[in-house]
Design a protein around this ligand. Structure first.
Ligand SMILES: [Zn+2]
Length: 140
């Protein structure tokens, strides 16, 4: 038996399972993106209706509204990034590097893959990235 194949944590049979997981993941992200868009539209139309019935709109109200829209914008960005990650993971699945950390090349734990099928970093690298990101934020 070829050790290289044996060492690889994903067999051909698993490939289909992971693809299904990734497709399900993509579906969730797509639908939450849709829900989000609908919410933004509802918010906007509510804000517009409010403007008509309450002509004297305080600047404080406007600030709150734009803050809410900011939050929705951030959420949407996160969804889009997630969708991008899922697409990347599908590519890696085809190329045979799925389940490998894109940073150190080490295997990503199966438990982690089940929780986040589009994960591209192993736990150690993810922690390292998070640490660097936080240090950068603190330094800025
Ligand atoms: Zn790694």
């Amino acid at each position: 038996m070829n050790m290289e194949i044996e060492n690889h944590i994903f067999s051909a049979k698993d490939k289909n399972t992971w693809r299904k997981l990734l497709e399900a993941r993509r579906e969730i992200l797509f639908s939450s993106e849709e829900v989000l868009k609908k919410n933004v539209l509802t918010e906007l139309s509510a804000a517009a209706t409010g403007e008509i019935s309450n002509i004297r709109l305080h600047s404080a109200d406007l600030a709150t509204e734009s803050q809410e829209l900011d939050i929705l914008g951030t959420l949407s960005e996160k969804n889009l990034k997630g969708l991008h990650d899922v697409e990347d993971a599908m590519d890696r699945l085809e190329q045979g590097s799925f389940g490998q950390c894109v940073s150190c090349g080490g295997p990503i734990m199966e438990e982690r893959m089940k929780a986040i099928p589009e994960a591209k970093y192993c736990v150690d690298c993810a922690k390292e990235f998070e640490k660097t990101r936080k240090e950068k934020l603190r330094g800025a």
